[in-house]
Design a protein around this ligand. Structure first.
Ligand code: PYR
Length: 385
């Protein structure tokens, strides 16, 4: 070849080599359906950050079996219909190997059946309602369900404050807040704590004065709140405006620093349970917190930690899968590799547990993790000792 010809073909050669490595750098597509706008973005943005951080780490270390991970991130707005649309896009159009999300249990009940029918893993990192993993064998979650967290949280709160009776407030048209209410109700009966009154509200409500006035009249020692974070923050503020000083007990929905952006110091003494705490100084959690702060300039929360761990769980499963390039086959191989993965992540030791059996149906996998109880002090959650 003439030197001239070499010079002419060089850019083309460089381009094709570049393309080849770019193709290789993007060959495992993982979908992420997260609420990046709307009220649930208080969780969804942290979730996106957790995934991005973990994917960057895995890729910087060479990827999985030489393959880079590519996150395909879509905004499902915390709405059922959007979650369905985004799942369809990621599964059928983009051909993602798996889909993480959606953010809310409410949306997961709408979208996960699509993934199960298509035999694609739907991996929830923030869905804590009962029954999520009963949807099918392709539904997995590393979020710890309310049924595992709330009994521990309630017992600790009762002991800490010497609670004799509580009032309950909950959202009755959201799968997570309704499921949390059911678990609280059973837990309080089990722990023999009388309920002075039970009040409900609907999605989008911003004025809780009518319910809180009834709660005030019933004179509880504490208020149990099965609520999403923005609702909870407004409920707490309005409770204080009515001159009530009772502490709050809540579920996973309260576990966001965003609670304090709105409620500020009024949120102090709120008790909630979670598998993750910034005070849990294991090497994996310390490394996660430092890397998150360095990348995003803010503190992580439980939602970021669970997303971060979920990506590492899937990366570990992928190490055991010999990808064939046939997407249907590879999706099933990933589903089969996941249940035996265990990691020591930001949220501590993690393993899957087969969901409770449902007659005539195959079920998915829940998180096998202990909850730790936290109390809000000075506008943040710290471990309740
Ligand atoms: C859920 O929707 O399941 C949450 O925990 C926020």
């Amino acid at each position: 070849m003439q030197f001239n010809t070499i010079l002419k073909t060089l850019p083309l050669l460089m381009l094709t080599t570049g393309l080849a490595s770019a193709a290789q750098a993007a060959d495992v597509k993982l979908g992420l359906a997260a609420a990046l706008t709307g009220p649930a973005a208080k969780y969804g943005v942290a979730i996106k950050n957790g995934f991005t951080l973990a994917a960057d780490e895995v890729n910087a270390a060479g990827g999985v079996n030489g393959n880079k991970l590519q996150l395909l991130i879509e905004d499902e707005q915390g709405k059922k219909e959007e979650a369905i649309n985004v799942f369809k896009k990621l599964i059928f159009k983009d051909k993602a190997l798996l889909v993480f999300g959606p953010t809310l249990s409410n949306s997961a009940f709408a979208a996960d059946p699509i993934a199960n029918a298509a035999k694609v893993v739907a991996f929830g990192t923030s869905n804590t309602a009962d029954g999520i993993t009963a949807m099918g064998p392709f539904t997995f979650r590393n979020s710890v369900m309310e049924a595992d967290v709330l009994p521990v949280t309630t017992r600790a709160a009762v002991k800490h404050f010497g609670i004799k009776k509580v009032a309950i407030i909950y959202g009755n048209d959201d799968a997570f807040t309704k499921s949390g209410y059911d678990v609280f109700k059973a837990t309080l009966a089990d722990q023999k704590i009388p309920v002075t009154t039970t009040e409900a509200y609907a999605k989008g409500d911003v004025d809780f004065k009518a319910q809180l006035t009834k709660i005030k009249a019933s004179n509880p020692d504490a208020i149990v709140c099965s609520c999403l974070t923005e609702e909870a923050a407004n409920i707490i503020l309005q409770t204080r405006a009515l001159g009530m000083k009772q502490p709050f007990i809540g579920g996973n929905g309260l576990n966001s620093p965003k609670l304090f952006d709105i409620a500020k110091g009024a949120g102090d003494d709120t008790i909630m349970g979670s598998p993750w705490s910034p005070e849990n100084l294991t090497p994996a959690n310390k490394a996660f917190i430092a890397a998150y702060k360095a990348k995003f300039g803010s503190d992580p929360d439980q939602f970021a930690a669970q997303a971060y761990d979920a990506l590492h769980v899937v990366a570990d499963a992928l190490k055991k899968v010999k990808l064939s390039g046939a997407i249907d086959k590879d999706r099933i191989a990933l589903q089969q590799a996941l249940p035996s993965v265990t990691i020591e992540g930001a949220t501590g030791k993690f393993a899957f547990r087969k969901a409770p059996p449902v007659t005539g149906k195959e079920v998915g996998y829940d998180a096998q993790q202990e909850a730790i109880v936290n109390i809000a002090k000075g506008g943040k959650f710290i471990l309740l000792k």
